[in-house]
Design a protein around this ligand. Structure first.
Ligand SMILES: Cc1cc2nc3c(=O)[nH]c(=O)nc-3n(C[C@H](O)[C@H](O)[C@H](O)COP(=O)(O)OP(=O)(O)OC[C@H]3O[C@@H](n4cnc5c(N)ncnc54)[C@H](O)[C@@H]3O)c2cc1C
Length: 436
């Protein structure tokens, strides 16, 4: 019987699914003890700090994570950042394998003039701000203007636009962070544009998200019906329309044809619009778009432009992995071959490995593929050496018990108002909740 110690870094879906994959791969001659490290005092990665507050059902996957964490071979080391509180080398020397599940949390930049003006944010800031991530809770998001522009054609852009465009009372029974909830209640934003560089047929929005749009009770959603017809015609001309695209185009048709109720709050899609410049005197006042067209299946610049006066720009055009000392990055991801960091005992799963694509469940199959490779590579187990000795004695570790206390306190705080939880956003306060 061989007993192996595995370190997992990052308590998001990839981290928990990797732990689950290891737990499910134990056999008569192989067992694992699993230590999961997370830099925050709160768990679940983007399930907590990414998934939109008005999509609570998606977050029920956290029950699966807590089941994994309840297994006797699992230990949690929350509030421990690898590369800061503990060196990666301390893990690679002690554990038989180290699995980096650190996600990709840095927003990709537009690379246009005016991007750094006040009022221009990345979704990688705006989303964790409304979701109560401690690193972003202090952002001073100004919603005093009437018009916001979201750049991007994927579900993250859609989340950002929806959060800005819905009536704030629709967020009253959600776990939107308190500071964001009150900012949304005072918001003057009434018009939200979502702009994509390519055509309707190229957008990465998924059909269920699109089909929810006509159901919005207090917001009219606009898309130019001609853009939908033209996209359909182009897709047809290019050959057989695949199922996913057919479903999306049908959802767009329904949005275009849905009767508008004359709500003051609107969300409007603008395709074939490439951001060229954000203008303003010290803060965002206007965004200039170049008009594209699709020619021979390619998106090309027509040379024409148009402008949208606005006070807020959110870019949601993708994410890159943050650098971690000791790890080589390549194209915004951890450099790896099928999840193996070649010539090391390091592996990677999830967004850190693949980049920012796929839904929560994608990380489950990803984790089981990489766990299979990791098991293939295992040799003789290393001698046990507890990592706790590396941490300074006054460093407060959020253990599974401490996290259970934080979780219970947040849930209890939400109960009086029918909210799933009230998120605590201050690290010192979270740490003290973990002690109670
Ligand atoms: C805005 C947004 C909305 C989304 N909505 C949905 C949705 O509705 N449905 C759906 O299926 N999918 C959704 N997704 C996708 C889903 O969230 C991802 O597929 C998934 O979270 C990726 O998992 P991960 O574990 O790779 O990364 P993450 O969830 O980002 O987890 C990474 C974890 O690693 C930790 N970490 C990072 N560096 C270190 C370090 N050095 N030391 C210790 N810990 C570290 C981080 O704090 C974090 O907790 C959404 C994504 C975003 C961005």
């Amino acid at each position: 019987m061989n007993h192996y110690s595995i370190a997992i870094v990052g308590a998001g879906p990839a981290g928990y699914f990797t732990a689950q994959g290891l737990q499910n791969s134990q056999s008569d001659d192989r067992t694992f003890s699993i230590d999961l490290f997370e830099r925050l005092p709160t768990m679940w990665g983007l399930v907590r700090s990414g998934v939109a507050p008005d999509h609570p059902k998606i977050k029920t996957v956290a029950k699966v994570f807590e089941k994994v964490a309840a297994e006797p071979n699992f230990r949690l080391f929350g509030n421990v950042e690898i590369g800061k509180d503990v060196d990666l080398a301390d893990l690679t020397s002690r554990y038989d394998a180290v699995v980096m599940c650190t996600g990709s949390a840095v927003g990709r930049r537009l690379g246009i003039p005016g991007e750094d003006l006040q009022g221009s944010y990345s979704a990688a800031e705006f989303v964790p701000w409304y979701n109560g991530h401690p690193d972003f809770a202090g952002l001073n998001i100004d919603l005093s203007g009437t018009t916001a522009v979201v750049i991007g054609a994927g579900n993250v852009a859609m989340d950002c636009a929806r959060m800005l465009a819905v009536d704030p009372t629709e967020l009253d029974t959600t776990d939107t962070a308190d500071h964001a909830h009150s900012t949304f209640h005072q918001s003057n934003i009434r018009k939200v544009y979502i702009a994509g560089r390519r055509g309707v047929e190229h957008a990465a929005f998924t059909a269920p998200e699109l089909r929810d749009l006509p159901k919005l009770e207090n917001t009219d959603v606009h898309i130019d019906a001609n853009q939908v017809h033209e996209a359909h015609a182009r897709a047809e001309a290019a050959g057989e329309i695949e199922k996913h695209l057919a479903s999306n185009l049908e959802a767009w048709r329904l949005i275009a044809e849905h009767p508008k109720s004359g709500h003051a709050r609107t969300m409007e899609f603008r395709f074939l619009s490439a951001p060229k410049e954000i203008k303003g005197n010290g803060k965002v006042e206007e965004i200039i778009f170049g008009i594209n067209k699709v020619e021979g299946g390619k998106v090309v610049d027509t040379g024409e432009t148009y402008s949208i006066p606005c006070s807020l720009v959110i870019s949601a055009i993708g994410y890159e992995a943050a650098p971690i000392p000791g790890i080589v990055m390549e194209s915004g991801k951890i450099k790896n071959v099928d999840g193996r960091v070649v010539d090391t005992n390091i592996y990677t799963v999830g967004w850190a490995k693949r980049g920012p694509s796929g839904v929560i469940g994608t990380n489950k199959s990803d984790a089981s593929d990489v766990v299979a490779l990791l098991i293939e590579d295992l040799g003789q187990p290393k001698e046990a050496s507890d990592i706790a000795a590396v941490l300074s004695p006054d460093h407060q570790i959020i253990t599974q018990d401490a996290w259970a206390k934080i979780n219970a306190a947040e849930i209890a705080a939400g109960e009086p108002d029918g909210r799933p939880r009230v998120k605590e956003v201050s690290v010192p306060k979270l740490l003290s909740l973990g002690l109670n």
